[in-house]
Design a protein around this ligand. Sequence first.
Ligand SMILES: *Cc1c(COP(=O)(O)O)cnc(C)c1O
Length: 388
Amino acid sequence: MKQELEALHRESLERRLRTHVSIPESPGYVMCGERVLLDLSSNDYLGLARHPAIIEAMRDALLKEGAGAGASRLVTGNRQPYAQLEKALATWQNCDAALVFANGYTANIGVISALVGRGDVVFSDQLNHASIVDGIILSRAEHARYRHNDIEHLRALLYKFRDKRRKLIVTDTVFSMDGDQAHLLDLIALKQEFNALLMVDEAHSGGVYGPRGEGLASALGVKNDVDIHMGTLSKSFGIYGAYVCGSETLIKWLMNKARPLIYSTALPPSLIAGAIQALKLVQTEHWRRKRLLAASEFFRSSLCKAGFNIGNGDSAIVPLMLGHNHKALQFSSALENEGIAAIAIRPPTVPEGTARIRFSLSAAHSLEELTDAITKICRLGLQLGVVE
Ligand SMILES: *Cc1c(COP(=O)(O)O)cnc(C)c1O
């Protein structure tokens, strides 16, 4: 272990934990050591993580329900707020039923391993989140990876595996490290043609897209063509947890078959009560989505004009491509010196040779704060030879 850790260190691939301290009076900032940093790395897209109504709902539930749920949901852990949240989620998504999981990671491994097994096949975009990859491995189904957003490659694989028992196509709707979108309309056409199921992971689009933040599938008007709709309560909702929405049968099946749900203690009821409140805000406070959208467009176009390579996404996730691991670390630490928290993302989270800074924007930030950040990023880009 020591030798391999030293090798990781030499290749600028070592990861370490650092302590960040939140600042109650300054949402959108964190402290690290002595420094106050503009937080351009968290996924609190709508700026809800410090919302007083959510905190109040959590505190009330904490006093009423206690600290922990005490048991799995199928034992005695299914406390009162769960039913209310799941009903509200199903109504929001306009589907039969919803099921809350402990987090996005276990939702994905739980759902995929419950739906497919030996003799089945999962078609998965090469850039899908690690939890999807782990779910496929755990399921023991055949793993057919298609090149990122390459619909013709997917078609060829669907044809190759057309005789498998069950076929599942799974995709992030907004890719977490690139910020671009899946081609949902094409995926739906293929799923229909080859009689496959379609699962979408809306971790980065839930709360952000759609008239009431339902997600990208709703925004594109194809919600009813998606069989399994998964999203998280940890990003736009500002709390923790995840949901899966779909048919009555799907949800019943998952209650009976999804092992992370069955064999793990229920989330504390206070989190669930907070999520109920967060869902109300997600649906009604449209100005947060508008503000996030404006911030994303402004930030992207400014970095693009300055000559940075920021890929071809159009979401609140903005990757600044640097290539070398060392360069990414260097850029990140220079940004930190300038008062900006922007974390370097390196392999294996992203493919070899594509290390980057991943900026994520939030409705918590003003355009003035972003303008200041952009000025600093541009200056460092010149200094470090990233742009000319
Ligand atoms: C963050 C993320 C997850 C995991 O969600 P957690 O609630 O943080 O466990 C799953 N899928 C995608 C695409 C994500 O970005």
